[in-house]
Ligand binder design. Structure first.
Ligand code: UD1
Length: 424
């Protein structure tokens, strides 16, 4: 087991390079199943989840070659990939549910174990299931797995999503790309990673209108061709460093960060007192005084991203004034607050709200990362806490942040990774 040991007190200064987005590359990898032959992706981040998704594809018969130095991955998809994803792998990343759409669309069958044995009607995957049914698939639960089958080609249809779900939009886009006729997805998610997937599918030969909007019109084709594609930069990674810069009263140039994908986030950081300069190669965030508190409400894009919620709560813990934060996308994100309380944060949760009052100081503590973003939030808190913070379960952070320790050290942070010994 590994941990990060952070000693607070440094300002983050300098520059950091943002890699391709985790939440895009995993779906692009799944979409490669749609086209026999070799798909090549670049700007692939060096994160654990890419390795797990590569294993998912390999188990389906693909040959995956990853070049870590070049940041690229080549996926050779067979004419007839397997239909069943390895349940052990699926449990490790929820994004593996993204193989459902491509596999049922392309080979008429897909089998994906349900994370934690969810029932079909549960909120977790109902929009994926209902959408695939609209396209003509028969979807059932068999032996704890979600199984989607189609006797012939899927048939294009109009689909209204109850909520702009990222994963459901992606699955239905990929299925619609090889369905017969036109598929319309209304109330589609608009995240930049969805636009990236749309562009990828368009390059592969699908016809998609409305990219970036909430109504996507997809003209399905018989077969897609493999292409070479560069992954969109990771806005959540960029936003994490930006928030870190503000928390530590630093000055960081976030290279390859797309300010236009972080509109409301940078607006909030500006309201907190930071200055944000956008250039051709990214954006720079700096601040000298203690940040002012801001209120934040998470919403689907272009709203404030839920994946920056822990980081922004950590910022509010050291800002002047009282902040009200509202989480609208996930119901278990506030688990992170328990860990922040151990560091002396003054906060109180109520339902999907958290009120953060200014703490006179945060103090180092032994804390546990419960997920990838909570882990990043705890590291940021450690940067401004007095003394030493140990962040445990850092495999979660490694799922989504490439070279986090190295990048933070290059920015001046006092952080190291080490093994947890029995006595630690
Ligand atoms: C993706 C991202 C995740 C991000 C989230 C919201 C990946 C790998 N993960 O997750 O980092 O936080 O988008 O931006 O890209 N829901 C249903 N029924 C469904 C589908 C979703 O009720 O059929 C609910 C979920 O339980 C959740 C909410 O809708 O409460 C949002 O989920 P969704 O947008 O689908 O997120 P993911 O694709 O799982």
């Amino acid at each position: 087991m590994e941990r990060f040991v952070v000693t607070g007190g440094s300002r983050l200064t300098g520059q950091v390079l943002v890699p391709g987005a985790k939440n895009s590359v995993l779906k692009l990898m799944a979409a490669s199943l749609l086209a026999p032959g070799t798909t090549t992706l670049s700007a692939v981040p060096d994160i654990l989840d890419v390795g797990v998704m590569a294993d998912v594809l390999t188990a389906l018969g693909a040959t995956v070659r990853r070049d870590l130095a070049a940041g690229s991955i080549a996926i050779d998809t067979p004419a007839m990939p397997g239909a069943a994803a390895d349940p052990a792998l699926v449990r490790r990343i929820r994004a593996s549910v993204a193989i459902l759409g491509p596999l049922v669309g392309r080979r008429g069958e897909a089998r994906v174990a349900l994370p934690g044995g969810d029932a079909i009607g549960s909120r977790a995957l109902d929009m994926h299931v209902n959408g695939l049914r609209r396209l003509g698939a028969v979807v059932d639960i068999e032996d704890g797995a979600l199984v989607a089958r189609s006797s012939g080609r899927l048939q294009g249809a109009a689909i209204w999503l109850d909520f702009p779900s990222v994963g459901a939009t992606e699955n239905l886009l990929m299925a619609g790309a090889v369905a017969k006729g036109t598929t319309v997805i209304d109330n589609a998610a608009r995240e930049p990673e969805i636009a990236d997937l749309c562009e990828f599918l368009t390059e592969m030969g699908a016809g998609i209108e409305g990219i970036g909007g909430s109504t996507l019109v997809i003209e399905g084709v018989d077969e897609l061709r493999p292409v070479t594609h560069e992954t969109v930069p990771d806005r959540i990674v960029a936003g994490t460093y930006a928030i870190g810069a503000v928390m530590t009263r630093g000055d960081v140039m976030i290279r390859n960060g797309r300010a236009e994908h972080l509109g409301i986030v940078l607006e909030k950081l500006t309201a907190a007192g930071a200055s944000v300069e956008t250039g051709a190669d990214g954006f720079r965030v700096s601040i000298q005084d203690q940040p002012r508190s801001i209120d934040v409400v998470t919403l689907p894009y272009p709203g404030f991203p839920t994946d920056l919620l822990p980081q922004i709560i950590a910022l509010e813990a050291v800002s002047q004034g009282i902040s009200l934060i509202t989480e609208n996308v996930f119901d278990s994100r506030f688990v992170f607050c328990r860990e922040l309380l151990r560091m002396g944060a003054q906060l109180r949760t109520d339902g999907h709200h958290v009120v953060v009052r200014p703490a006179s100081r945060l103090v180092g503590a032994s804390v546990v990362a419960s997920d990838v973003r909570a882990g990043a939030g705890l590291v940021l808190a450690g940067l401004v806490a007095e003394g030493m913070t140990e962040v445990h379960e850092v495999h979660h952070i490694d799922r989504g942040y490439a070279g986090f320790v190295e990048n933070m050290r290059a920015l001046g942070a006092d952080i190291r990774r080490d093994q947890v010994t029995a006595a630690a």
